[in-house]
Design a binder for this molecule. Structure first.
Ligand SMILES: CSCCC(=O)/C(O)=C/O
Ligand SMILES: [Fe+2]
Ligand code: NI
Length: 203
Protein backbone atom coordinates (compact mmCIF):
# COMPACT_ATOMS: atom_id res chain seq x y z
CA UNK A 1 0.00 0.00 0.00
CA UNK A 2 1.40 3.38 -1.00
CA UNK A 3 1.54 5.79 1.96
CA UNK A 4 2.42 9.42 2.59
CA UNK A 5 3.64 10.68 5.97
CA UNK A 6 4.46 14.32 6.69
CA UNK A 7 6.35 16.06 9.47
CA UNK A 8 7.65 19.55 10.06
CA UNK A 9 11.36 19.35 9.27
CA UNK A 10 12.07 20.65 12.77
CA UNK A 11 9.92 18.05 14.60
CA UNK A 12 10.44 14.43 13.49
CA UNK A 13 8.45 13.18 16.50
CA UNK A 14 5.12 14.74 15.47
CA UNK A 15 3.40 13.50 12.32
CA UNK A 16 1.43 16.34 10.73
CA UNK A 17 -0.14 14.26 7.98
CA UNK A 18 -0.56 10.57 7.22
CA UNK A 19 -2.62 9.01 4.46
CA UNK A 20 -2.93 5.88 2.35
CA UNK A 21 -5.68 7.44 0.25
CA UNK A 22 -4.33 7.35 -3.29
CA UNK A 23 -6.08 10.46 -4.71
CA UNK A 24 -5.08 12.43 -1.60
CA UNK A 25 -1.44 11.31 -1.84
CA UNK A 26 -1.29 12.28 -5.51
CA UNK A 27 -2.96 15.63 -4.85
CA UNK A 28 -0.71 16.57 -1.89
CA UNK A 29 2.38 15.64 -3.89
CA UNK A 30 1.16 17.52 -6.97
CA UNK A 31 0.63 20.70 -4.90
CA UNK A 32 4.25 20.39 -3.75
CA UNK A 33 5.57 20.01 -7.31
CA UNK A 34 5.94 16.19 -7.41
CA UNK A 35 4.07 13.63 -9.52
CA UNK A 36 2.97 10.17 -8.48
CA UNK A 37 1.42 7.98 -11.15
CA UNK A 38 0.59 4.32 -11.49
CA UNK A 39 1.55 1.87 -14.20
CA UNK A 40 -0.17 -1.51 -14.53
CA UNK A 41 2.11 -4.32 -13.35
CA UNK A 42 3.47 -6.62 -16.03
CA UNK A 43 1.79 -10.00 -15.56
CA UNK A 44 4.02 -12.97 -14.79
CA UNK A 45 7.19 -10.99 -14.06
CA UNK A 46 9.02 -12.44 -11.05
CA UNK A 47 9.81 -9.85 -8.32
CA UNK A 48 13.52 -10.59 -8.69
CA UNK A 49 13.50 -10.81 -12.50
CA UNK A 50 16.78 -9.72 -14.13
CA UNK A 51 17.07 -6.15 -15.42
CA UNK A 52 16.72 -7.12 -19.08
CA UNK A 53 13.44 -8.92 -18.37
CA UNK A 54 12.11 -5.91 -16.42
CA UNK A 55 13.02 -3.53 -19.27
CA UNK A 56 11.44 -5.90 -21.81
CA UNK A 57 8.25 -6.35 -19.77
CA UNK A 58 7.72 -2.57 -19.54
CA UNK A 59 9.20 -1.68 -22.96
CA UNK A 60 6.15 0.14 -24.34
CA UNK A 61 5.57 2.24 -21.20
CA UNK A 62 9.28 3.00 -20.85
CA UNK A 63 9.64 4.00 -24.50
CA UNK A 64 6.54 6.19 -24.25
CA UNK A 65 7.91 8.01 -21.19
CA UNK A 66 11.39 8.33 -22.67
CA UNK A 67 10.06 9.94 -25.83
CA UNK A 68 7.57 12.16 -23.98
CA UNK A 69 10.13 13.40 -21.45
CA UNK A 70 13.38 13.25 -23.42
CA UNK A 71 15.25 10.86 -21.12
CA UNK A 72 18.59 9.66 -22.49
CA UNK A 73 19.40 6.85 -20.06
CA UNK A 74 17.32 4.15 -18.37
CA UNK A 75 18.65 1.65 -15.85
CA UNK A 76 17.37 -0.76 -13.24
CA UNK A 77 18.31 -0.55 -9.56
CA UNK A 78 17.35 -3.74 -7.76
CA UNK A 79 18.12 -5.66 -4.62
CA UNK A 80 16.38 -8.78 -3.39
CA UNK A 81 17.29 -11.19 -0.60
CA UNK A 82 19.56 -13.98 -1.83
CA UNK A 83 19.49 -16.14 1.29
CA UNK A 84 23.31 -15.93 1.38
CA UNK A 85 25.11 -14.68 4.53
CA UNK A 86 26.93 -12.04 2.42
CA UNK A 87 23.61 -10.39 1.56
CA UNK A 88 23.49 -8.47 4.86
CA UNK A 89 26.71 -6.59 4.07
CA UNK A 90 25.64 -5.94 0.45
CA UNK A 91 22.28 -4.65 1.65
CA UNK A 92 23.80 -2.38 4.31
CA UNK A 93 26.22 -0.83 1.79
CA UNK A 94 23.47 -0.29 -0.81
CA UNK A 95 21.19 1.24 1.82
CA UNK A 96 23.88 3.61 3.08
CA UNK A 97 24.48 5.04 -0.42
CA UNK A 98 21.06 6.70 -0.62
CA UNK A 99 20.33 7.21 3.07
CA UNK A 100 21.99 10.61 3.52
CA UNK A 101 20.25 13.73 2.29
CA UNK A 102 21.26 14.67 -1.26
CA UNK A 103 20.15 16.41 -4.43
CA UNK A 104 20.51 15.66 -8.13
CA UNK A 105 21.01 18.12 -10.99
CA UNK A 106 18.74 15.69 -12.87
CA UNK A 107 15.08 14.94 -12.19
CA UNK A 108 14.61 11.77 -10.15
CA UNK A 109 12.09 9.57 -11.95
CA UNK A 110 11.62 6.06 -10.62
CA UNK A 111 9.19 3.26 -11.43
CA UNK A 112 8.81 0.47 -8.88
CA UNK A 113 8.41 -2.78 -10.79
CA UNK A 114 8.63 -4.79 -7.55
CA UNK A 115 9.02 -4.36 -3.81
CA UNK A 116 9.00 -1.16 -1.81
CA UNK A 117 11.11 1.80 -0.75
CA UNK A 118 10.62 5.19 0.90
CA UNK A 119 11.54 8.54 -0.64
CA UNK A 120 11.87 11.35 1.90
CA UNK A 121 11.28 14.71 0.22
CA UNK A 122 12.54 17.74 2.14
CA UNK A 123 10.50 20.72 0.99
CA UNK A 124 10.45 24.44 1.70
CA UNK A 125 7.14 26.12 0.94
CA UNK A 126 6.12 29.68 1.79
CA UNK A 127 2.72 28.63 3.12
CA UNK A 128 3.56 25.19 4.59
CA UNK A 129 7.04 25.91 5.89
CA UNK A 130 9.88 23.39 5.90
CA UNK A 131 8.62 19.81 5.81
CA UNK A 132 9.65 16.22 5.22
CA UNK A 133 7.28 14.02 3.20
CA UNK A 134 7.90 10.27 3.22
CA UNK A 135 6.46 8.52 0.17
CA UNK A 136 6.31 4.76 0.70
CA UNK A 137 6.32 3.49 -2.88
CA UNK A 138 5.17 0.03 -3.88
CA UNK A 139 5.14 -1.94 -7.11
CA UNK A 140 3.31 0.04 -9.81
CA UNK A 141 4.28 3.48 -8.49
CA UNK A 142 5.99 5.98 -10.78
CA UNK A 143 7.40 8.98 -8.89
CA UNK A 144 8.74 12.22 -10.39
CA UNK A 145 10.96 14.39 -8.17
CA UNK A 146 12.27 17.60 -9.77
CA UNK A 147 16.00 18.31 -10.01
CA UNK A 148 17.38 20.13 -7.00
CA UNK A 149 14.94 18.63 -4.46
CA UNK A 150 16.69 17.71 -1.23
CA UNK A 151 15.78 14.11 -0.46
CA UNK A 152 16.95 10.71 0.68
CA UNK A 153 15.84 7.13 0.03
CA UNK A 154 15.53 4.21 2.43
CA UNK A 155 15.29 0.62 1.22
CA UNK A 156 15.21 -0.71 4.80
CA UNK A 157 17.23 -3.29 6.68
CA UNK A 158 16.02 -6.13 4.44
CA UNK A 159 15.86 -4.53 0.99
CA UNK A 160 13.61 -5.99 -1.66
CA UNK A 161 12.85 -3.76 -4.62
CA UNK A 162 13.26 -3.32 -8.35
CA UNK A 163 13.16 0.24 -9.68
CA UNK A 164 13.49 1.48 -13.25
CA UNK A 165 15.35 4.81 -13.25
CA UNK A 166 15.09 7.46 -15.95
CA UNK A 167 17.84 10.02 -16.53
CA UNK A 168 18.30 13.14 -18.65
CA UNK A 169 22.01 13.04 -17.80
CA UNK A 170 23.92 10.41 -19.81
CA UNK A 171 26.10 9.84 -16.73
CA UNK A 172 23.13 8.32 -14.91
CA UNK A 173 23.02 8.59 -11.11
CA UNK A 174 25.01 11.52 -9.73
CA UNK A 175 24.25 12.67 -6.17
CA UNK A 176 25.33 15.84 -4.34
CA UNK A 177 25.25 15.21 -0.61
CA UNK A 178 24.09 18.13 1.55
CA UNK A 179 25.99 17.06 4.68
CA UNK A 180 22.76 17.32 6.72
CA UNK A 181 21.99 14.59 9.28
CA UNK A 182 18.24 15.15 8.93
CA UNK A 183 17.79 11.65 7.54
CA UNK A 184 18.90 10.09 10.83
CA UNK A 185 16.11 11.85 12.73
CA UNK A 186 12.99 10.50 10.99
CA UNK A 187 11.26 7.10 11.21
CA UNK A 188 12.98 4.75 8.76
CA UNK A 189 11.64 2.41 6.06
CA UNK A 190 11.15 -0.44 8.54
CA UNK A 191 8.95 1.72 10.80
CA UNK A 192 6.89 3.20 7.96
CA UNK A 193 6.46 -0.13 6.17
CA UNK A 194 5.27 -1.71 9.44
CA UNK A 195 2.72 1.09 9.86
CA UNK A 196 1.44 0.58 6.31
CA UNK A 197 1.27 -3.19 6.87
CA UNK A 198 -0.80 -2.62 10.01
CA UNK A 199 -3.24 -0.47 8.01
CA UNK A 200 -3.47 -3.17 5.34
CA UNK A 201 -4.03 -5.90 7.97
CA UNK A 202 -6.80 -3.87 9.62
CA UNK A 203 -8.52 -2.97 6.35
C1 LIG B 1 14.69 3.46 -5.91
S1 LIG B 1 16.00 3.74 -7.01
C2 LIG B 1 17.45 3.83 -6.00
C3 LIG B 1 17.58 5.11 -5.28
C4 LIG B 1 17.98 6.24 -6.16
O1 LIG B 1 18.27 6.10 -7.31
C5 LIG B 1 18.00 7.54 -5.60
O2 LIG B 1 18.39 8.54 -6.36
C6 LIG B 1 17.64 7.83 -4.36
O3 LIG B 1 17.62 9.08 -3.96
FE1 LIG C 1 17.77 10.29 -5.50
NI1 NI D 1 18.62 10.69 -4.83
Amino acid sequence: MTALTTWSASDPTTTTGSTVDRPEIESVLRALGFRLERWPLAPGLAPDAPAEDVLAAYRDLIEGLVSAEGFVEVDVAALHPTGQPAFAATAAAARAKFLAEHTHADDEVRFFAAGRGVFYLHTRDEARGEEVHAVLCEAGDLLFVPAGTTHWFDMGTEPSFTAVRFFRDPEGWVGDFTGSDLATQFPDFDALAAQADAVTAGA
